[in-house]
Design a protein around this ligand. Structure first.
Ligand code: NAD
Length: 352
């Protein structure tokens, strides 16, 4: 039986090689005259390039974004926005930098113009996260959804291949879980399948040539679609597990998604076989979970939690944390089966 509710919540999107040339116009369209440019310390050169393109519309650069938006960094960025009289935030970078923009917007309502340089997809979501005393609290607020997104594949060409792969699989995870979301709808399904297909075809093209033009185009295009899915429908077991592992055991974000995804798909496979067939077709594999595991391995990505900082003695606690709060998932959460999932993921075994 087909039944759904569909609502459209999307930023204005410009996708173009060299899209930065539209920056002044886009900031103007926001009605802003004093933009605060945000980046990580590593991406300061890109932030400075953005500042230069903004010319007199740039009020300052704040290049202190770090992973998971610590409250101290959020406060410092909010203070800086007030100090320079910013009327918009321009975030150039990945989920960490866009997340910092969201922390500013959450308090002040300043519009965000996002220029994503990874495939994480935060630019398309109203979801924010701020870490206080070691605990990352996430929430949803329409004020933090960027108003404009400039996608320029040239800017992602410098993203190291290994990070491109894990970031791309992070994006595929949004789309995969969107396909079995309780509040899913046919439009999001189409975006999800096209997003998965684009990334599964684009990522291998970067292997020997990380700045491969069509490869970068395809991956960023896929990231946009997958990020849109994340922003519009609810996630399930995979995202919950990754959030738990990242938050409680400080595992790196994109790598954790990469290791867990095949196992989360295998866990849910029998509950949603038709979805798994669609994912398998989109990645060009016979079976979704094993296909994802093979894709990750063929691209040299990590497939074992033990290789990305997980300790075996913490697996029991991870299961406990992942099963304390109820959340929608196609298959009920069973502690013993989840322990099996994590054991296989820990050791880097194929999904079972
Ligand atoms: P990131 O933003 O932390 O970036 C990782 C590193 O790559 C940084 O050092 C960054 O400077 C560098 N980098 C980024 N783009 C580059 C480029 N083109 N060239 C060279 N270096 C580059 O990583 P991420 O995976 O994009 O984001 C992860 C964070 O985003 C996590 O905290 C996660 O929870 C959050 N996230 C939030 C949402 C949401 O909807 N709120 C969605 C996805 C991720």
């Amino acid at each position: 039986m087909l039944e759904f509710t569909y609502e459209n919540r999307m930023p204005r999107v410009i996708f173009e090689r060299g899209a930065l040339r539209h920056l002044q116009r886009e900031v103007e369209l926001l009605g802003a005259t004093r933009a605060l440019v945000l980046s990580t310390p590593d991406q300061l050169p890109q932030a400075e390039m953005v500042a230069e393109k903004l010319g007199p519309r740039c009020a300052g650069v704040f290049a202190e974004a770090v992973m998971h938006v610590p409250i101290e960094t959020a406060r410092a960025a909010r203070d800086e926005a007030r100090r320079v009289g910013a009327d918009c935030a321009v975030a150039i970078g990945g989920g960490s930098t866009i997340g910092l923009g969201k922390a500013i917007a959450l308090e002040s309502g300043l519009p965000i113009l996002a220029i994503p340089t990874t495939y994480a997809g935060s630019e398309m979501t109203p979801i924010y996260g701020i870490t206080e005393a070691g605990v990352k609290k996430t929430g949803k607020d329409p004020r933090v959804l960027p108003q404009t997104v400039l996608y320029d594949p040239e800017l992602s060409a410098t993203l190291p291949f290994a990070l491109s792969v894990t970031s791309g699989i992070n994006a595929i995870a949004h789309a995969a879980e969107g396909l079995y979301a309780r509040d899913g709808n046919p439009i999001m399904d189409l975006l999800a399948l096209e997003g998965i297909r684009a990334l599964a075809q684009g990522l291998p093209r970067l292997k020997d040539q990380p700045d491969h033009t069509e490869g970068r185009d395809a991956c960023l295009y896929g990231a946009w679609l997958c990020g849109t899915v994340l922003g519009n429908v609810g996630m399930a077991l995979h995202h919950k597990l990754c959030h738990t592992l990242g938050g409680a055991f400080s595992l790196p974000h994109a790598e954790t998604h990469t290791v867990i995804l095949p196992h989360a798909l295998a866990y849910n496979a029998r509950a949603v076989p038709a979805v798994m067939r669609r994912i398998a077709t989109a990645i060009g594999a016979e079976e979704a979970a094993t296909g994802m595991w093979r894709l990750a391995r063929s691209l040299g990505a990590p497939v074992a939690l033990r290789d990305i900082g997980m300790r075996h003695e913490d697996l029991a606690r991870a299961v406990e944390l992942a099963t304390t709060a109820a959340y929608p998932n196609p298959r009920p959460l069973e502690a013993a089966a989840l322990r099996g999932l994590l054991e296989r993921a820990y050791a880097g075994e194929p999904p079972g």
